[in-house]
Design a binder for this molecule. Sequence first.
Ligand code: GLA
Length: 378
Amino acid sequence: MKRIIYLILITGIFASSCNNGQNPESKTKEKESSMSIKKEPFGKVDNKEVFLYILKNENGMVVKITNYGGIVTSILAPDKIGKFDDVVLGYDNLNGYLKETPYFGAIVGRYGNRIAKGSFTIDGKKYSLAINNGPNSLHGGIKGFDKVVWDAEKFETKDGVGIKLHYLSKDNEEGYPGNLDVYVTYTLSNENELKINYLATTDQPTPVNLTHHSYFNLAGTSGRDILGQTLFIDADKYTVVDENLIPIGELRDVTGSPMDFRKPTSVGGRINDVEGGYDHNYVLNNNGQIAKVAELFDSVSGRLMDVSTTEPGMQFYSGNFLDGSITGKKGIVYNKHFGLCLETQHFPDSPNHPEFPNVILKPGENYTQTTVYKFGVK
Ligand code: GLA
């Protein structure tokens, strides 16, 4: 009898010390159930309904994405004392994006960045694209993937919530050959990552270079620009460009120049020595494997963002063309350098540079790319 009472007592003490009075399973469930995804009407474009998807992870981080242009309209990330603030530029409503946007938060395609004179040749046939940037074609042309309505499906897994977007870009759209079937999946994980997976297939050879165009400002809505934030880029070289930002073919060593971000350095420290500010493609040291290629840090808020990608390049754009003419979310005026973009991509104008990594997708092949923006504090 004594032995039985002793056993009951021991089992009781053991059980309560294991779960602190709570059933561990119910604790996990409680965490998981704090993840959510909501869908709200956001307006209408091209006679199609547009929605805003509100993704929330179990740490309370929130990412809002619309199926118009696959635009990330908001990322609420915590600072070192746990205060959430919006770390990307954009508008409060769809109208803002329809009126004017320098690609705030959008999916960019069919070819992110510039193609010289909008012209290239595949298998001896010359193609001419819509011209929309001086003499060049930029970010997919006049109506790129940032301005179309994507089909969207929400999903939830045990690690996060997300939406899967789909768009069929028709043969000859903006001058590009072939029907391109594109899927972009955004996932907000419980590790505070915003993961973007891209997949595309075609029925004719065509250039493909998809990227994401969020303007980050880790100072949130505090009113500070990005010049005081610290940037690390794991790249020994960058593609040298001409006056129209078209690569001349040279991959130049960053050593000893204001282009060198291999040691974390403030964005504004040397920006005046770079004509026009930073708007350059870095040749990443990741060997085509997913790896951390950049880190942005704001010492005031303690917010940190790591960028990992499979892509060979990354356009670092320091928001040079923002000039105070746009008033964004919460009535904030977006002055010069109020946000910066880290656009993971293939090199600009690759279709005209056979020496650059290949961007021509052929029928039967899969185009894939993965990029992860991970938020933290330090
Ligand atoms: C990219 C380009 C910039 C500019 C922005 C949008 O980052 O490289 O030159 O066109 O997009 O304003």
